[in-house]
Design a protein around this ligand. Structure first.
Ligand code: NAP
Length: 249
């Protein structure tokens, strides 16, 4: 089957592009003709993505939780690759902990990367998106739509991403910028290793995170993101799309 070419002439900013979903999204957009600014904290990994993806991809090591780092990366991408019109925010971290024992550092890091980091990237890109139109696709989680035990910080951060996306969609609906959110669950990536049962945790509590459909692959999420971010998704804004094997039915 021929690959569609929905991103020819467009520049996309993809965060978390050093691994997992972000890497697959970067590869998909590049395969469809887009120039991709690959952002990630993991400098070597994101250089590797840009090399592997080829075409118009370029690495921008950046910490999404740091406003100056984000601004430098987004402005560098705009200068070198052209006006960004597509933003996909995949950078994320997670960890399970008993809510009563979670350290302030873990809470702060998860909120800073997942929620504040999503906002900072969108904020830095907005002047470019508003200058000719564009689309924002955020990545939340099933944990943004359901209660996940031992996931106080992760759930709170992802629920925040859901509402941040709705707010952006409402604010920019009439100004040519769409905002949508994909809420995946159970995708085979290195992040899943971060979600270990905390000491003394009850495995029964995690039963609700199992689905008979098993796990999905990053490429399947990337295909969905590419649809939403391209003109084929032009009538979508403010949508929260679960992609979780039915976890949140
Ligand atoms: P992943 O393979 O761990 O990729 C996440 C990437 O984000 C990593 O390269 C990571 O770098 C990077 N990152 C972490 N902190 C960052 C920061 N401050 N600034 C820039 N980049 C940073 O995880 P993934 O599964 O692809 O996750 C992508 C997104 O999907 C996340 O938002 C995650 O919450 C969400 N999600 C995943 C699943 C799933 O089942 N996999 C389910 C629901 C939601 P390091 O390796 O250096 O940390």
């Amino acid at each position: 089957m021929e690959t569609a070419q929905r991103f020819v002439g467009r520049t996309a900013i993809v965060t978390g592009a050093g691994s997992g979903l972000g890497r697959a999204v970067a590869a998909r957009i590049a395969a469809e003709g887009g120039a991709v600014a690959c952002l990630d904290l993991a400098a070597d990994a994101v250089q590797e993505t840009a090399r592997a993806v080829g075409g118009g991809a370029r690495a921008y090591p950046a910490d999404v939780s740091d406003p100056a780092s984000v601004k430098a990366a987004v402005e560098g991408a705009a200068r070198e690759l052209g006006r960004p019109s597509v933003v996909v925010t995949c950078a994320g971290v997670g960890k399970f902990a008993h809510a009563a024992e979670m350290s302030f550092e873990d809470w702060s890091r998860i909120i800073a990367v997942n929620l504040t980091g999503t906002f900072l990237v969108v904020q830095a890109a907005l002047p470019h998106l508003l200058d000719g139109g564009g689309s924002i696709t955020t990545i939340a989680s099933n944990a943004g739509l359901q209660g996940v035990p031992y996931g106080a910080a992760y759930c709170a951060s992802k629920g925040g991403v859901v509402q941040l996306t709705r707010s952006l969609a409402a604010e920019f609906l009439a100004r040519g910028v769409r905002a949508n959110c994909v809420a995946p669950g159970g995708i085979k990536t290195p992040l899943q290793r971060a979600f270990e049962l905390p000491p003394g945790g009850d495995p029964e509590h995690l039963r609700r995170l199992m689905t008979p459909l098993g796990r999905s692959k990053p490429e399947e999420v990337a295909a969905l993101v590419a649809f939403i971010a391209s003109d084929e998704g032009r009538y979508m804004s403010g949508a929260i799309v679960p992609f979780d094997g039915g976890l949140t039915i």
